[in-house]
Design a protein around this ligand. Structure first.
Ligand SMILES: NC(=O)c1ccc[n+]([C@@H]2O[C@H](COP(=O)([O-])OP(=O)(O)OC[C@H]3O[C@@H](n4cnc5c(N)ncnc54)[C@H](O)[C@@H]3O)[C@@H](O)[C@H]2O)c1
Length: 440
């Protein structure tokens, strides 16, 4: 099939490459010329395991372009995978999605299924279908399918090819048939992905309800962890004991410094906003959002309690990205922590194996009332980062950090004081250092 994908971010590019891999001819469209140039040279603009390899393997079925008109005009299927960031009030900003819809309407010359993969509020697909039908050339049949994405950054390629499920929300038979043809290879060996057909509104809700449930699970275990620490229980033993119950399951029960990333923070806020607007406020999600906000700073507060004044203190921050395996920094706990450290006049030494360039380019700290007082410097090795530091804050469980020789904290720091937001080290290995972690 001829497929066009709008947006070459984590969702769009991975989807496009995966569809090329199963035999479709895919044109990936983006407004960002730099990204397109990179991809035309075979370079992935984002870091995802195996992505570049698959781009190379399937290059004869992949085109990268900013020319949306040519890409959309004869496509059988157009997949929308642009961002839906949060607005100030928490609602989803659909500007990028609607821009693409207008571009599609302006370009289409044949019947087409427009697939909405971006996470959008319930009812958006109905509006998009109306908009496309109202604004496209007469005589063209346009169907809209909701096809939410469930990939996780860091394992996006694997999650797409071996997905937990493909959810397709459609309102008519023709769209259903085309969507089935599009995804058929993934439902067969070796992928065997379950395919679920639903109404469009249910598909839209499945995405939000799934993401918010996972965020809720994380906030729940984080609160239990904080209580464990007060009461002398160990969250790892507790989570293991809970996870053995198949009704609970052992995934997303790892306590830590809070969730971040491009999805959980905005999707919890968007669903909460939607529920409030519809007079059925989701109180569980409201609590989940508040818990996460507090959790991000739980160890920094401990550090402040322990050292009192951080002005002029050297604080090493290990890990900047919101999780390992990605260069994405959106809503990463490191940002809130570093921002406060700078406000308090600390000298921050930051380390990340992948995320430093993104951090330098995209994270800008607001000046506090009397101006940012601290400083931040970046390092490529953990040894350099922790040398002469007064304390270490661990924000991301990169393997480089998890496998780091604990003895070096004692050797290289002024005082071996480690606040571990990801429970990287077994407690029994930390006896020689001053060590604080989550829920243990
Ligand atoms: N990132 C994830 O892990 C993930 C997982 C599931 C669902 N989602 C959802 O998928 C959507 C996309 O997320 P993402 O993380 O891939 O976004 P992203 O920010 O990484 O990528 C969006 C891309 O769209 C491009 N774009 C903007 N306007 C465009 C236009 N008019 N035409 C073509 N391209 C355009 C941008 O330049 C950018 O490259 C969001 O709704 C998100 O909630 C994301």
């Amino acid at each position: 099939m001829k497929v066009a994908v709008a947006g070459t971010g984590y969702v769009g590019l991975v989807t496009g490459v995966a569809l090329a891999h199963i035999g479709h001819n895919v044109t990936c469209v983006d407004v960002d010329e730099q990204k397109i140039k990179k991809m035309q040279c075979g370079i992935s603009p984002i870091y995802e395991q195996d992505l570049e390899k698959l781009m190379h393997e399937n290059q004869e079925r992949l085109i990268y372009t900013t020319d949306y008109k040519n890409a959309y005009k004869n496509a059988d299927v157009i997949i929308i995978g642009v961002g839906t960031p949060e607005r100030k009030d928490g609602s989803a900003n659909l500007d990028y999605v609607y821009t693409v819809c207008n571009q599609i309407a302006e370009s289409l010359q044949q019947d087409c299924v427009v697939v909405v993969k971006s996470t959008v509020p319930i009812g958006t697909n109905d509006e998009i279908e109306q908009l496309l039908r109202d604004n496209s050339a007469k005589g063209i049949n346009i169907y809209v399918a909701s096809n939410p994405e469930f990939l996780a950054q860091g394992t996006a390629v694997h999650d797409t090819l071996y997905a937990s499920r493909i959810v397709v929300g459609v309102e008519d038979k023709r769209a259903e048939e085309i969507m089935h043809t599009l995804y058929k290879p993934l439902t067969l060996e070796p992928y065997n992905v379950p395919y679920l057909s639903t109404s469009r509104r249910s598909a839209e809700m499945i995405k939000y309800a799934s993401n918010d449930f996972l965020a809720l699970k994380i906030s729940y275990i984080n609160e239990i962890a904080n209580l464990c620490k007060k009461l002398g229980a160990n969250i790892e033993e507790v989570a293991k004991g809970m996870g053995l119950d198949p009704r609970i399951g052992n995934k997303f029960l790892k306590a830590g410094i809070g969730y971040g990333g491009s999805c959980f923070p905005k999707d919890t806020k968007a669903l909460h906003w939607l529920s409030t607007c519809n007079g059925t406020e989701l109180l569980t999600i409201k609590a989940c959002i508040e818990v996460n906000k507090k959790q991000k700073l739980v160890l920094l507060n401990e550090l402040i309690n322990d050292l009192h004044c951080l002005e002029g203190k050297t604080i090493a921050v290990l890990g900047l990205t919101f999780k390992p395996g990605t260069d994405d920094l959106r809503d990463a706990p490191s940002i809130d922590n570093i921002s406060l450290l700078l406000d308090m006049g600390a000298k921050v030494k930051a380390y990340d194996p992948i995320g430093i360039e993104n951090f330098k380019n995209h994270v800008h700290f607001k000046l506090s009332n009397d101006g940012v007082k601290g400083t931040i410097d970046y390092y490529e090795s953990i040894d350099e980062t922790i040398t002469d530091a007064d304390a270490v804050l661990i924000m991301t469980e990169w393997p480089e950090i998890v496998n780091y020789e604990i003895g070096n904290y004692k050797k290289l720091m002024k005082e071996p004081r480690v606040y571990d937001g990801r429970n990287c080290y077994p407690l029994e290995n930390t006896k020689e250092i001053i060590y604080s972690s989550i829920g243990r």
